[in-house]
Design a protein around this ligand. Structure first.
Ligand code: FES
Length: 106
């Protein structure tokens, strides 16, 4: 039987809403935040409901965050980098996109 050797991952520091967190080099922003029990990554543009990662493969867009000042970045598709500043995204970011109430509840 083979034994699996677990080596500690090199760490990087990221900031989430002003709080410094340790992340494993090579993991995504979504994985780093979920591991530290941050579940709400954004709010919806119309009702302000909280959303968090669902698919973890770039399909649902429920993981949108602001990274280093750029809105609408998919946390599940973005790897952490040392010094990265991540913020919870409130609404639609600065895209000017407006969703109807019907679209917002899906
Ligand atoms: S979790 Fe679905 S796109 Fe990121």
């Amino acid at each position: 039987m083979h034994e699996i050797e677990m080596k500690p991952s090199p760490k990087v520091s990221i900031e989430f809403d002003g709080q410094t967190l340790q992340a494993n080099k090579g993991e995504t922003v979504a994985a780093a935040l979920l591991r530290q029990t941050h579940l709400a990554f954004r709010t919806t543009p119309v009702t302000g409901k909280s959303r968090g990662p669902f698919c973890m493969m770039g399909v649902c867009f429920d993981c949108l965050v602001e990274i280093d000042g750029a809105p609408n970045r998919q946390a599940c598709m973005t790897y952490v980098e040392d010094g990265m500043r991540v913020k919870r995204q409130l609404g639609a970011g600065d895209t000017g996109v407006f969703l109807s109430d019907e679209e917002d509840t899906q």
